[in-house]
Design a protein around this ligand. Sequence first.
Ligand SMILES: Cc1cc2nc3c(=O)[nH]c(=O)nc-3n(C[C@H](O)[C@H](O)[C@H](O)COP(=O)(O)OP(=O)(O)OC[C@H]3O[C@@H](n4cnc5c(N)ncnc54)[C@H](O)[C@@H]3O)c2cc1C
Length: 261
Amino acid sequence: MAGREVFKTTLTEIIQETPRVRTFRLALPSGSPFSFKAGQFVMASIPDFLNQKGRPVRRAYSVASSPKDLEKGYLELTITRVGEGGFFSNKIHEARPGDTILIDGPYGAFVLQGQNEPQPSRYVFVASGSGIAPLRGMIRTILLEGRNVPIELLYGFRHRSDYIYERELSGYVGTVPDFTLVTSLSQGTFSTLDDGASGKDGSFGRWKRLVGRITTLLPDLVHEVSDAKVYICGPPEMVAQTDSFFRETGFPEGSVHKEQW
Ligand SMILES: Cc1cc2nc3c(=O)[nH]c(=O)nc-3n(C[C@H](O)[C@H](O)[C@H](O)COP(=O)(O)OP(=O)(O)OC[C@H]3O[C@@H](n4cnc5c(N)ncnc54)[C@H](O)[C@@H]3O)c2cc1C
């Protein structure tokens, strides 16, 4: 059996998203055959970072950017520093621009509906914590490909300071028609708890800021069964509860897709 192909990338930029989360922008050499579909993950490793058996330490990370970004020569991984006990995530948080990061893949069947497939009436994304990473890649893809389909993002995180991609996501509310952003804090409070529409005539995106677990808020946020495509990503318990909610509400099995870690 042929060995997996390992691609050498160069870390070009590090974006501090929250105190514990960084986005690593990895550049591929021009003409690299690496490709992926929005939502998939890669296995990342660091040269000479080996386990006790002398093998590379490899960890799975969802690609947080879009295949459209790859046309510009880069992909992004958004990685939470686990802290105590976190082996690879702590190590990559020490990486600096210019360092080599190795990737292989892509892997996984958690994939955004293709541009040339029949489009749903809307896309619904439900994320908790760093589960936002592959969903951000999917949302970027829908927008960069100019698909004219409404997007709803329901995104839960613990504290106000854990808000990953805040600038990018809130920016969409002001610029993308039919983009709805619901953020929810499971702990703490937003300085303003509010909702509204960014355009005077309500034509631009809508936003809502709530407090509570996203799983318990779902019945208030999703009222009707439609031919939406639903993508869920987060910790196992959140994914299971969200998946059950959509199924019990009557969403057909093939319309709900999930990833957990
Ligand atoms: C498909 C997929 C996609 C993923 N995408 C992302 C992503 O986009 N972003 C992201 O941040 N993460 C993602 N992950 C998680 C990622 O792969 C790693 O699991 C994560 O970064 C932790 O790796 P680590 O080496 O730092 O921690 P590890 O060393 O693997 O440890 C993880 C946890 O387990 C505990 N632990 C380790 N060994 C033991 C032991 N022997 N006994 C008890 N507890 C132990 C540690 O204390 C720590 O809390 C994804 C996972 C999967 C499967």
